[in-house]
Design a protein around this ligand. Structure first.
Ligand code: CMC
Length: 392
């Protein structure tokens, strides 16, 4: 084009410099601030990972205490914000509610919308991370007609979210440590993934100087799509539709048929041309949760068999299509008790940390410019206006 490069889907464009997340898609490596994702999932807590992504280092004991206090101080929401839920239909998709509610936070927290003040930016970050589980649990409670539960700051990040989602005021909620651990790992695995579609959306929205609540709301909207965060819901629906291992060849044949738009959901990735390291951890988590809860869900067998067959099929081998994180995460969330409509919401709770870390990094960059891609115009050439009465 002469003046600029034509790169639809930005497959070969680096939109920014970043020190947060490193991916080597060919080798199947994912590092947060240099630490391998499997080590973090195995040994760390979600709040430690949040500190790492936001501040660049794993917290020491004092920093961990302080960060935990800074987050838990913000877990409650303004009571007036709770009124918003009543305006939605009970059968509203929770992602629709989340887009609205998170955007509306800008109308409540005026002391953290000045994007030029680092302190306000930090408070906005803490607020968003802290309030997402509360808002998400409320979206779920609203859909099933149960009362909202206030957060309990004595619990872990995952434990508090599980209680607000599945607990009721009438009786104590007993947290199963295996479920709590699975939830924590799920949150860690999805916390950041460099310049994916929703993160790029957050950066693009933020590049104009929009406030962080509006930017995260834009990220949630982008995450909702089935090619991105909605893939876990789509993957689980697909596994249920397949139902039994003997039907797998039929679906593999459909995925390979160019005239059929069907794709194996939870398979393939723009960046990973190898096994997604998050999927490996997720497969183990799925097995642990199903074993511990004694759930005999045939979809786990379908998933494992589908993976085995696909990974020995020349179509998937040649195109380097491997299971991605969404392939097993749906199995885990479903076993824990979440309806499929909540899957992407869980992803949003986790990814909020990555979004806000990336937004902060961008805001701290003195060279930061408004994001403004160009286009290849393919419309009509210049022509003269024709009055309505003269148009054929
Ligand atoms: N099943 C069957 N064929 C596939 C699949 C699949 N899941 N994924 C890609 N292909 C084929 C595709 O038809 C194309 O074939 P050809 O070169 O003959 O036209 C080739 O592989 C390359 O596909 P692409 O669509 O050009 O690759 P992309 O990098 O644009 O797409 C993707 C990546 C993730 C959107 C795609 O693999 C896909 O649609 N997967 C299913 C949805 C999914 O699991 N999404 C979750 C992504 S990971 C979570 C996240 O980051 O949010």
């Amino acid at each position: 084009t002469g003046r600029f490069t034509f790169d639809p889907g930005f497959t070969s464009t680096a939109s920014c410099e970043s020190k947060i997340t490193y991916i080597d898609g060919d080798a199947g490596i994912l590092l947060y601030r240099g630490y391998p994702i499997d080590q973090l999932a195995e040994k760390s807590s979600f709040l430690e990972v949040a500190h790492l992504l936001l501040n660049g280092n794993l917290p020491n004991a004092a920093e961990n205490d302080e960060f935990t206090k800074n987050i838990t101080r913000h877990t409650m929401i303004h009571e007036q914000l709770a009124q918003f839920y009543r305006g939605f239909r009970r059968d509203a998709h929770p992602m629709a509610i989340m887009c609205g509610i998170v955007g509306a936070m800008a109308a409540f927290y005026h002391d953290s919308t000045d994007i030029h003040d680092p302190k306000q930016r930090m408070i906005a970050s803490h607020r968003l991370i802290a309030k997402m589980p509360t808002l998400a649990a409320m979206a779920y409670k609203y859909s099933i007609g149960q009362p909202f539960l206030y957060p309990d700051n004595s619990l872990s990040f995952a434990g508090n979210f599980l209680r607000m989602t599945f607990g009721v005021p009438a009786e104590p909620y007993i947290i199963d440590p295996v479920v709590e651990d699975a939830m924590e790992k799920l949150l860690i695995l999805q916390a950041d993934h460099e310049q994916n579609a929703s993160t790029s959306t957050v950066r693009l929205a933020g590049s104009s100087g929009a406030n962080p609540f509006a930017c995260i709301s834009a990220g949630i909207a982008c995450l909702w799509g089935p090619a991105h965060g909605g893939a876990n819901e789509a993957a689980l629906n697909m596994l249920r539709e397949i139902g039994t291992p003997d039907r797998i060849p039929e679906f593999i044949a459909r995925a390979k048929n160019k005239d059929d738009p069907f794709r194996l959901m939870g398979f393939g990735h723009r960046v990973y041309k190898n096994y997604d390291p998050r999927a490996k951890v997720m497969a183990t988590v799925a097995k642990n949760v199903l074993d511990k809860l004694n759930i005999k869900d045939p979809i786990f067998d379908v998933a494992r068999e589908l993976e085995r067959i696909a990974l020995s099929d020349p179509y998937f081998i040649d195109k380097k299509l491997y299971p991605n994180v969404d392939f097993y995460s749906g199995v885990v969330m479903s076993a824990i008790g979440f309806p499929t409509s909540m899957f992407t919401v869980l992803f949003a709770i986790s990814r909020t940390v990555g979004w806000i870390a990336q937004w902060t990094e961008m805001m701290e960059d003195p060279e930061q410019k408004i994001g403004r891609p160009r286009q290849l115009y393919t419309g009509p050439t210049q022509r003269d206006f024709v009055p309505l009465s003269n148009r054929p």
